[in-house]
Design a protein around this ligand. Structure first.
Ligand SMILES: Cc1ncc(COP(=O)(O)O)c(C=O)c1O
Length: 378
């Protein structure tokens, strides 16, 4: 291992009022889920997403669960999700006792392949959950057409795509409801946290209702509960951090896009690497800079490359594993049909390189030099 050198995959970056706002929230004594920072963060973030309502949550996972509940998804309903994604997407469906139905990925964007969705729709299908993977927007028009044709509810999982755009529309604003995560590695972070955004006032009301133990939204709090609710309330202290981060979201996105450009440039002539794309309809925010390794052309398998980079002090992560193979499905009594060759290939050969907004040019040059040397030695 190169002495003392360690470049993490991602670290939070503070550029402005983070400590000031958090300290203000703490000293105000509004440390639970009421307070001015909650209101402001919800208002400002939903405005940023071009939606009318924002409802903070404790995580991206709880945002997804809340969105499904608000959309009325329940036992026996089928929900179409990408096979290539993160377990939270699958879990949110399982929390509702609904059935996940998987669709394979596109080979270039790594997002759900919209051309393979219709064959999975049955009379039990109630929702589609496209996920804007690693910061690249899903091709939403065909999905919205299917949703209209079959009256399906659309939940956009934008956990990884703060500020990404599809045909100049913000991710999270195109479906019925959008969900975000503010986990520490996200483009803006609150440590742990999430938000649901929507322009539908009914969905906003239902989200607020379920997230707060189904206390009545209006009138006197009489401790009578008509429905099963959850405590998914973000605290004012956490929202203070979020608001400060939001003030610099454009800088974070610009940084990530510039980093991706530099990676593309410095790695372009190394054989056996497939790079992330930016389709003509997309503004990719490169939440994570992912690459695919062709072991024959590159000269070694993905895992060996990751071991070698680790030796040089460069942290990396595997791509997601396919959802259809998760053991939890069998334990939940869910059988899976079909083949998912693209997802299998992505999860066997994909990795992401350090991608945080705080990475500097010399870090990226260092990573690319090491990667080049490893490929030459292979
Ligand atoms: C696509 C996607 N959805 C949902 C989540 C869950 O977010 P959280 O970790 O905030 O629960 C993540 C987390 O990384 C994610 O990548």
């Amino acid at each position: 291992m190169t002495e003392d050198k360690f470049i993490p995959v991602c670290e939070p970056l503070y550029l402005g009022n983070e400590e000031k706002y958090v300290s203000d929230a703490v000293s105000s004594r509004w440390i639970s889920s009421s307070g001015s920072y909650i209101k402001k963060f919800e208002e400002e973030f939903s405005k940023y997403c071009s939606t009318k309502h924002g409802i903070t949550t404790t995580s991206g996972t709880t945002a997804l669960h809340l969105a499904l509940r608000a959309g009325g998804i329940g036992k026996g309903d089928e929900v179409i999700i990408p096979d290539f994604t993160m377990a939270a997407v699958l879990f949110a469906v399982l929390y509702c006792e609904a059935k996940p139905v998987f669709v394979d990925a596109e080979p270039d964007t790594w997002n759900i392949d919209a051309t393979k969705i219709e064959e999975k729709i049955t009379p039990a299908t109630k929702a589609i959950m496209p996920v804007h993977t690693y910061g690249h927007p899903v091709d939403m028009d065909p999905i919205m057409k299917l949703a209209e044709k079959y009256s399906l509810f659309v939940i956009e999982d934008s956990a990884e795509a703060h500020g990404a755009e599809y045909k100049n529309r913000k991710c999270g604003s195109m479906g019925n409801i959008g969900c975000f995560s503010f986990y520490a590695n996200k483009i803006i972070t609150t440590g742990e946290g999430g938000m649901v955004v929507t322009s539908d006032p009914k969905l906003a009301e239902r989200s607020r209702y379920y997230k707060n133990l189904c206390f009545p939204l209006h009138g006197r709090r009489d401790y009578i509960h008509d429905d099963l609710g959850y405590n998914y309330r973000m605290t004012n202290v956490v929202a203070a951090l979020g608001l400060a981060q939001l003030e610099n979201i454009c800088k974070f996105i610009e940084k990530r896009r510039n980093n991706a450009k530099l990676y593309n440039e410095l790695l372009k002539d190394i054989p056996g690497i497939q790079f992330p794309v930016e389709k003509e309809y997309a503004k990719n925010v490169y939440w994570m800079y992912g690459i695919l390794i062709n072991p024959e052309k590159f000269g070694m398998p993905r895992d060996k490359l990751m071991d070698n980079l680790r030796e040089e002090g460069v942290d990396t992560r595997y791509f997601f594993k396919p959802m259809h193979n998760q053991k939890v499905l069998e334990k939940s009594g869910i059988s899976v049909e079909g083949n998912y060759p693209v997802t299998e290939c992505l999860s066997a050969n994909g990795l992401y390189l350090p991608s945080g907004s705080g990475l500097n040019t010399s870090d990226i040059k260092y990573i690319c030099n090491k990667l080049r040397n490893i490929s030459v030695r292979a």
